[in-house]
Design a protein around this ligand. Structure first.
Ligand code: MN
Length: 733
């Protein structure tokens, strides 16, 4: 199937030909008089150095490729920065000694960013793209490109690669052609770059469906002279008629491209002979007024086919395309398609987005242009029906509200779609739960970063894992994806259950030893059934969490030694001091469960809202400490367990507050006046003077939660005379 691409009648100038830097400079100077072509000259020399000694599969020097790409960009009349980037587009990827920084230093950030963007697209893995995935890929390419010239350079790159695809082995030819048809031709189409789109499609078809391609081509050339005559006839006739109405017009008849013919044959199940409109006629005029006048002429001399008139001038396509379309029964009684547009519209139809950079000499992009680009970016979000104006508006709106998602890459070039604000932890969990659990570090674009770092569109993310790595509670604070959060919580819940099971087991064993009972007695189905547990692990966990009294177990196992508790209720909290507030349990979730017996530690008296942590006590349930409590350091870390405040709290909590002020009359009263409306209640208030002459006031306040207490602190700190306001812990004070 390998073979040479036979250029179409309207094949571009540079196809497969050697382009010289002089031609590029000349073309640039012509398109952009006064442009700084030295940038392009320097880029040429730099690229020559970077690719020195490299050859393409064809055997020609590698440099011919960037030169050809630059040539295509010149054809599109793009600006100096685009052309320079075209020359440099493969340097970062192909030469390890060339870096973004180096390119930026030598050619400026604008050029370097384009090269960098092209390099990133080059690293993406498009293989085995399903239709939906292809749509996502196209979206993503648009989302990550702040500068559309990146895509233009990439399209030029792809076009040259397609033109020289004959040198590739066959299996690569079809893979690359498929990718072109799935990703790049639609991109060109959505950007309105008709010229590149049609050539990419024809080239892809040539490699993917060589038989169909040759057949259509053969048929086209077989009927060629006849068709040519018909086309000439029509053009002459149309020219006469519009001249009668004093409309200045250029009329052309162009054969449709092979891919569109093939597409139509396949979609409508037609043979080549059944196709009537192989030629599209265009009437190109000077003004919009003339467009409608010309339309009137056409409709007055030919019979219009109902339902085929489209006014894309009043309602442009999403990609900005404007024209009048109609179909009529033309000479020889055949159907004929006619497009009517102004010169500007025609230029845009051929070059689409690229037309924007045509007359720009590297100056700043105007806000109007930026808006236009924003609208264009939405095009890729477009699923279908470009003709529907409502959909267009919705899509533009969506694109303005976009960025709920970011797209990043694996080192292999696969794409991951993450919520905005995602960090490497989210990325790790998006790969696999175990990659998340074992994640110990991350590299973004090759640089080691903290796991909390926010990822950006287009980042290449690499996760470092260790078999011993485990999640950190911290991750819950910066993970953005529900999936990662759920997995992290799950891990802690599972880990804590294991801890609780182990610890409950230990506690039970100890009691058994004390009572002189063999521990084998615990594996007793009767006992488990009696107490309502499915298995021994459940029983052990219940013991650890203080949900199950050990005494009750002993009493069942050795009734002769242990007198019954009164009354013997299953799952009764284990013995605990009566002083601990038993009601607190319903405000605290331990390891996500609300039915665990807890008490607040006296060393720190945590208040709702502040971060807390549980500690499995010996038979007294779980004591709850403030996460910042200093006494935690002295505790067995294996018995620490996650705890959080549940949402419903009606209860008030006592908190001790100390305020230091400059000494002055009436200060206690003003402080009380501040606190009183903010706290639920003031239970105690003391004022004294310390040796340095400062006023020292202490209060016991009743508050609902930490944020209420914080609002008290904040208000106090706003009083100029207040030197300090802080929470104190009386037990330690
Ligand atoms: Mn390339």
């Amino acid at each position: 199937m390998a073979g040479e691409y036979i250029p179409l009648e309207d094949a571009p100038v540079y196809g497969g030909q050697l382009v010289r830097i002089e031609e590029i400079i000349e073309s640039l100077t012509k398109n952009h008089p006064g442009a700084d072509v030295t940038l392009v000259q320097r880029a040429y020399i730099y690229a020559a150095g970077a690719h020195q000694g490299m050859t393409r599969r064809s055997g020609e020097p590698y440099l011919n490729h960037p030169l050809a790409v630059a040539g295509i960009l010149c054809d599109m009349k793009l600006d100096v920065a685009s052309v320079a980037a075209g020359l440099l587009h493969d340097t970062i990827e192909d030469n390890p000694e060339v870096t973004y920084e180096d390119v930026a230093k030598k050619f400026g950030k604008e050029v370097a960013d384009i090269v960098d963007g092209v390099t990133k697209i080059g690293k993406m893995n498009f293989s085995s793209a399903t239709e939906r995935k292809a749509e996502n890929l196209r979206k993503m390419i648009m989302a990550m490109m702040t500068d559309l010239r990146v895509i233009l350079v990439k399209l030029a790159d792809r076009l040259n690669n397609m033109r020289t695809l004959g040198f590739m082995p066959e299996h690569k030819q079809s893979a690359i052609a498929t990718e072109t048809l799935d990703i790049f031709a639609p991109l060109a189409s959505r950007l309105g770059i008709h010229k590149i789109q049609t050539e990419l499609e024809d080239l892809s078809l040539f490699y993917l469906e060589p038989a169909a391609y040759s057949e259509i081509r053969l048929n086209l050339s077989a009927g060629r002279s006849d068709r040519q005559q018909y086309v000439t006839e029509v053009i002459e006739y149309l020219t006469r008629r519009v001249q009668e109405f004093k409309i200045k017009a250029r009329i052309e008849g162009r054969p449709k491209h092979i891919y569109s013919i093939w597409h139509k044959m396949r979609d409508q199940n037609l043979s080549f002979d059944q196709l009537y409109d192989l030629t599209a006629f265009r009437i190109i005029v000077d003004s919009i007024q003339d467009c409608y006048s010309a339309l009137g002429v056409i409709h007055s001399v030919f019979k219009a086919i109902p339902g085929r008139f489209k006014d894309y001038i009043n309602m442009p396509k999403a990609n900005g395309y404007q024209s009048l379309h109609t179909a009529v029964i033309g000479p020889r009684n055949t159907r004929m398609e006619v497009q009517i547009r102004t010169v500007d519209m025609h230029n845009y139809a051929e070059n689409g987005v690229a037309a924007h950079w045509r007359y720009k000499n590297g100056g700043a992009v105007s806000s109007e242009e930026t808006q236009r680009i924003t609208a264009l970016r939405s095009i890729l979000n477009w699923q279908e029906n470009l003709d529907n104006p409502d959909a267009f508006l919705t899509s533009v709106k969506d694109s303005l509200a976009e960025h709920e998602s970011i797209y990043v890459f694996t080192p292999a070039g696969d794409i991951k779609d993450l919520p905005a604000g995602a960090c490497p932890v989210d990325f790790a969990y998006s790969i696999h739960t175990m990659v998340g659990h074992n994640c110990v570090g991350a590299k973004v674009n090759g640089v080691i970063v903290p796991l909390r770092q926010k990822l950006q569109n287009g980042d290449i993310v690499e996760v470092m894992t260790s078999r011993n790595g485990t999640p950190s509670r911290d991750w819950l604070n910066y993970a953005a994806s529900p999936r990662a959060k759920a997995r992290i919580r799950q891990w802690f819940a599972a880990e804590e259950r294991v801890k609780a099971v182990d610890f409950g087991h230990e506690m039970l064993e100890k009691e058994m030893r004390k009572a002189g009972l063999p521990k084998a007695k615990l594996a007793n189905q009767e006992l488990l059934k009696n107490l309502g547990y499915a298995n021994l692990d459940e029983l052990n966990a219940a013991v650890a969490f203080g949900k199950q009294s050990i005494r009750q177990i002993m009493q069942i196992l050795a009734p002769e030694k242990f007198k019954p508790e009164t009354p013997a209720e299953p799952r009764h909290p284990a013995g605990h001091d009566a002083g601990a507030a038993p009601d607190y349990a319903r405000h605290i979730l331990v390891s996500g469960q609300s039915d665990i017996f807890t008490k607040l530690a006296k060393c720190c008296s945590p208040i709702p809202g502040e971060p807390i942590i549980g500690y499995i006590t010996q038979g007294h349930g779980v004591s709850i400490h403030s996460a910042t409590c200093v006494s935690l350091a002295g505790l067995d870390s294996d018995r620490l367990i996650s705890a959080s405040w549940s949402d419903q709290q009606e209860q008030l909590f006592d908190v001790h507050l100390q305020v230091r002020t400059e000494n002055g009359p009436g200060l206690l009263l003003s402080v009380l006046n501040i606190i009183s409306p903010l706290a639920e209640n003031i239970l105690e208030a003391h004022a004294a003077e310390d040796a340095g002459g400062d006023g020292v006031m202490s209060f016991v306040l009743a508050v609902k939660n930490q944020s209420q207490f914080n609002s008290v602190l904040k208000a106090l700190k706003e009083i100029p005379a207040v030197k300090r306001a802080e929470r104190i812990f009386p037990e330690k004070a």
